[in-house]
Design a protein around this ligand. Structure first.
Ligand code: ADP
Length: 491
C-alpha cells in the first residue's frame, strides 16, 4: 500500500467462510423462544401465546415467538411514550452518537445478521451479505448524520418530533425496511414501537438486543411480534402519533381507513407492478442482467420489482431468447449456499399465491417458460418463470405476484411504451434501457413512478428518497425527504 494512502476506517472485515449450510447455521445463536422487547428487555407476553417461525428452505422450526395482544401493545406504546419525553430533549448530537454506534455494531455483526436474515426469510446469503446488511448500516450512518442538523435541513423552521411512531414492516427485506423507518424516527427524536412481519421476526429481535448493548435508553425502541391483529392493535392505539407501514396495498388501505379522522400522521409504502422498458438501442447484455436482477432478486419479493418487461418489437424475439438462455444458468436452491441466485419463497402462503397467479396466466393463454432446474425436495421454492404473449388485460400484467415471475409484452414506439407502462393502478418504480440520454429524460418525465432507474435497476442509496404514487402509497423514505414524516413544524 502506498504510504500516503489515508488509513481506512477501522471496520473489522467480515469473514463469510463456511463450508456448509450446517456450519453457517452454527454461526448464529437462536433461542428456543423469544419474548416481546419492551422497555429495554425481553418480556413474556400477557397473551401467554407463542407462534413458530420456520426456515422456509427446510420447513424446520427455528424458534417460538411471542404473540402480542392488545395489552402487550399497550405496554409497549406506554413504554415508548414514557421514554419520549427525555429522548426528544436529548440533544441531536447525543442521539447521533447512539445511531453511529448502532451502525458500527451492525457492521461488526454483519455475518450474524446476514445468516439470520437468510435462515428466517429464505433470501440468498449473497444478497443479505452484500445488499441488505451493508445497506442497513448505511441508513443508520446516514440518519445519524442528520440528527444534529435538523435546523439546517429546514432553515427558518422549527422541527419537532411527533412522539411515538408505530411502524409495521413486511417480510421481504426485514432489517432493511426496519432501518428505513427506525433510523429517521430515532434521529428526529421520536420513540418507536416496531411490528415485524410474522414470518421474519428474528433479526428485529436480534437488533433490539443490539440497541441495549449500544446503551440506547430503555423504551426508545420496542418490538411487538405477532401477525395482522398485532399490527392492527398498534396502528389503532391512541398513544401512537405516527404510523409508518410497508406492505400490501390491501392492508395499507385498511390501515388508512382505520386511522381516518384521527390526528395520526401516516406514510404508506405499498405494492407495485413496475414496467421495465428495453429499447432496441439498449446494451443488450447489460439489459438482460438488469431485467434478471429486476425480477429475480430476492425471489421477486420486491415491491419495486421490474415485473412487466416491455421490450421493443424489433428486438423482442432475440431478447427473449437470450433471457431464456440466461434463466437456464440461474442457480435455485439452498439460500445459505453462497452461489445461490434464487432462494426460498418466504412462506407457504406466498408460494400458494404465486402458484395461483401463474395458473391464472396459463389459463388466460400466455406462454409459460421455466428453466430445467431441479428444485429441492423440501422447502418452498418456485422456478424462475417467464410469460410471453401477455396482453395488457391479463391478470399477470395487472396484479402484483410478488414472486419470480416476469410478464413480457412488446411495444413499437416510445409513446406506446409510456402508455403501456402507465397502464397500472400502481406507481412505485420503473426501469429504462437505452443509450439515448434524451430518451431517458423523455421517458422519466412521463413514467408515473416514484423512482425511475436508467440503465440499471434496484439501486439504493440512503441519500435518495423512495416512495410511490397512486396505489403504491404516499410519503418518502430515504434522504432528507425521509425526515419529514417524523417531524412537525417543517412545512
Ligand atoms: P403480505 O400480504 O405481503 O404478507 P401484508 O401487508 O399482509 O403483506 O403484511 C405486511 C405487514 O403488515 C406484516 O407485518 C403484517 O403482519 C402486517 N399486517 C397485516 N394485516 C395488518 C393490519 N390489518 N393492520 C396492521 N398490520 C397488518
Amino acid at each position: 500500500m502506498n504510504e500516503k494512502t489515508p488509513a481506512k476506517p477501522e471496520i473489522a472485515p467480515v469473514d463469510f467462510e463456511y463450508a456448509s449450510s450446517r456450519e453457517a447455521t452454527d454461526l448464529v445463536e437462536i433461542d428456543d423462544s423469544y419474548g416481546l422487547w419492551i422497555n429495554g428487555a425481553s418480556r413474556s407476553p400477557a397473551s401467554k401465546r407463542y407462534f413458530s417461525t420456520i426456515n422456509p428452505a427446510t420447513e424446520e422450526p427455528l424458534a417460538r415467538i411471542a404473540e402480542a395482544n392488545e395489552r402487550d401493545v399497550d405496554r409497549a406504546v406506554k413504554a415508548a411514550r414514557k421514554a419520549s419525553d427525555s429522548w426528544r430533549r436529548t440533544p441531536g448530537k447525543e442521539r447521533a452518537k447512539y445511531l453511529f454506534r448502532i451502525a458500527r455494531m451492525i457492521q461488526e455483526r454483519a455475518r450474524e445478521f446476514a445468516v439470520l436474515e437468510t435462515l428466517d426469510g429464505g433470501k440468498p446469503i449473497k444478497e443479505s451479505r452484500d445488499f441488505d446488511i451493508p445497506l442497513v448500516a448505511a441508513y443508520f450512518f446516514y440518519y445519524a448524520g442528520w440528527a444534529d442538523k435538523l435546523e439546517y435541513a429546514f432553515p427558518g423552521l422549527k422541527p419537532e418530533p411527533l412522539g411515538v411512531a408505530g411502524q409495521v414492516i413486511p417480510w421481504n427485506f426485514p432489517l432493511l425496511m426496519m432501518s428505513w423507518k427506525v433510523a429517521p424516527a430515532l434521529a428526529t427524536g421520536n420513540t418507536v414501537v416496531l411490528k415485524p412481519a410474522e414470518t421474519t421476526s428474528l433479526t428485529a429481535l436480534a437488533f433490539a438486543r443490539l440497541t441495549a448493548e449500544a446503551g440506547l435508553p430503555s423504551g426508545v425502541f420496542n418490538v411487538v411480534t405477532g401477525a395482522g391483529p398485532t399490527g392492527a392493535s398498534l396502528v389503532a392505539h391512541p398513544g401512537v402519533d405516527k404510523v409508518a407501514f410497508t406492505g400490501s396495498t390491501a392492508v395499507g388501505k385498511a390501515i388508512q381507513r382505520s386511522i381516518a379522522g384521527s390526528p395520526k400522521h401516516l406514510t404508506l409504502e405499498l405494492g407495485g407492478k413496475a414496467p421495465h422498458v428495453v429499447f432496441d438501442d439498449a446494451p443488450i447484455d447489460q439489459a438482460i442482467e438488469g431485467v434478471v436482477n429486476g425480477i429475480f432478486f430476492n425471489q421477486g419479493h420486491v415491491c419495486c420489482a421490474g415485473s412487466r418487461l416491455l421490450v421493443q418489437e424489433s428486438i423482442a424475439d432475440h431478447f427473449v431468447d437470450k433471457l431464456k438462455r440466461r434463466l437456464e444458468t440461474l442457480r435455485v436452491g439452498d439460500p445459505l449456499d453462497k452461489n445461490t441466485d434464487v432462494g426460498a419463497i418466504n412462506s407457504e402462503a406466498q408460494l400458494d399465491k404465486i402458484t395461483e397467479l401463474v395458473d391464472v396466466g396459463i389459463e388466460e393463454g400466455a406462454g409459460i417458460y421455466q428453466p430445467a432446474c431441479e428444485l429441492p425436495d423440501r422447502g418452498y421454492f418456485f422456478k424462475p418463470t417467464l410469460f410471453t404473449g401477455v396482453s395488457q388485460s391479463h391478470r399477470i400484467a395487472q396484479e402484483e405476484i410478488f414472486g419470480p415471475v416476469l410478464s413480457i409484452m412488446t411495444f413499437r414506439t416510445p409513446a406506446e411504451a409510456i402508455e403501456k407502462a402507465n397502464n397500472t393502478p400502481y406507481g412505485l418504480s420503473a426501469g429504462v434501457w437505452t443509450t439515448k440520454g434524451s430518451r431517458i429524460l423523455w421517458m422519466a418525465d412521463r413514467l408515473k413512478a416514484g423512482v425511475v432507474w436508467a440503465n440499471t435497476y434496484n439501486k439504493f442509496d440512503p441519500a435518495s428518497p423512495f416512495g410511490g404514487y397512486q396505489e403504491s402509497g404516499f410519503g418518502r423514505e430515504g434522504g432528507k425527504h425521509g425526515l419529514l414524516p417524523y417531524l412537525s413544524g417543517v412545512r
